[in-house]
Ligand binder design. Structure first.
Ligand SMILES: [Zn+2]
Length: 294
């Protein structure tokens, strides 16, 4: 029994670090287990990069208190001089020049479903920037498009998370093209701006999707950690606690969250917890993205 529990704990840990949307969808949709080969592949992929995680230097921890008061400065979507670049080996961010290394990025995937608008309002009140990664199946009605537009107008960049949340490794190149370009088309039509960030469902990319994202001028990213699809973290307090006390909260962390009830509830505590630990929140407008191909 003990062995089995240990195995389950190990598997759960692997899933929470690596499974991303795969895991959470199982949990919230009541679906079946994710295909084991997927998890294994991804475990391998990310295990390779996991060792490269940099230790967070213990510096500039005395900056908490900053950002505590909301001065109604909206999260901005204006392009600025890049301050952070993605480390593709770890999916974390490193500072450019003298930008503060002690910073973390918030991302909300599988949006805008039932909670994204509320989450955007919460984040805006907290003056906390974030990327909302959207799926085409959540933005195909006028009502949903209106929600997308409002989130964008609040200053949050909209990232591409594919039309149907398909596993890109399982479909043809033509289908991958439709999955990716379809979202860019709708987002541009609704917001007037094309997505500058791409995150594949389940973190599963192909050479084709990597190239297409680059051609479209999108920065492709996975994440460094997330927990909100694990059953034990599907409540406000447990989720807020693990998101700010996990050992994976290091400089440049790329936090994966989802459009979920408990995540929406936990957001204020997560933002405050990160700030109390001295982390700045990375403004996506300051992230270096590739130039679109001509
Ligand atoms: Zn997802």
């Amino acid at each position: 029994m003990k062995l089995k529990l240990n195995w389950i704990a190990g598997a759960a840990l692997a899933a929470m670090l690596l499974g991303g949307c795969a895991g959470q969808e199982d949990a919230s949709d009541g679906g079946t287990e994710d295909a084991p080969d997927r998890q294994d592949e991804q475990t391998q992929e990310q295990a390779d990069s996991g060792g490269a995680n940099e230790e967070a230097p213990e510096e500039s921890a005395g900056e908490n208190g900053e950002g505590g008061k909301n001065e109604q400065v909206p999260a901005t979507a204006e392009p600025e001089e890049p301050l952070y670049e993605l480390n593709e080996a770890t999916w974390s961010f490193r500072p450019i020049g003298d930008a503060d290394p002690k910073a973390a990025l918030l991302t909300i995937d599988d949006a805008p479903d039932k909670h994204a608008l509320e989450m955007a309002k919460t984040l805006k009140e907290l003056d906390a920037p974030a990327i909302f990664f959207v799926n085409g199946h959540f933005i195909d009605t006028d009502e949903e498009k209106a929600v997308l537009k409002r989130i964008h107008e609040m200053g949050f960049p909209i990232g591409n998370h594919t039309m149907t949340h398909a596993d890109l490794k399982q479909i043809s190149e033509e289908a991958q093209r439709e999955e990716i370009l379809g979202v860019n088309e709708i987002v541009e039509q609704v917001t007037g701006e094309k997505p500058r960030f791409f995150r594949a469902p389940f973190g599963q990319n192909t050479d084709f999707s990597r190239q297409l994202a680059a051609d479209e001028g999108m920065l492709l990213m996975n994440w460094t950690y997330g927990y909100d699809w694990e059953p034990q973290y599907q409540n406000e307090d447990a989720l807020a606690d693990i998101m700010i006390n996990t050992e994976y909260l290091n400089n440049g962390a790329n936090l994966l969250m989802h459009d979920r009830e408990w995540t929406a509830a936990a957001l204020p505590k997560i933002v405050q917890g990160l700030r109390d630990k001295g982390f700045k929140l990375i403004d996506p407008a300051t992230i270096k993205v590739p130039e679109a191909a001509q």
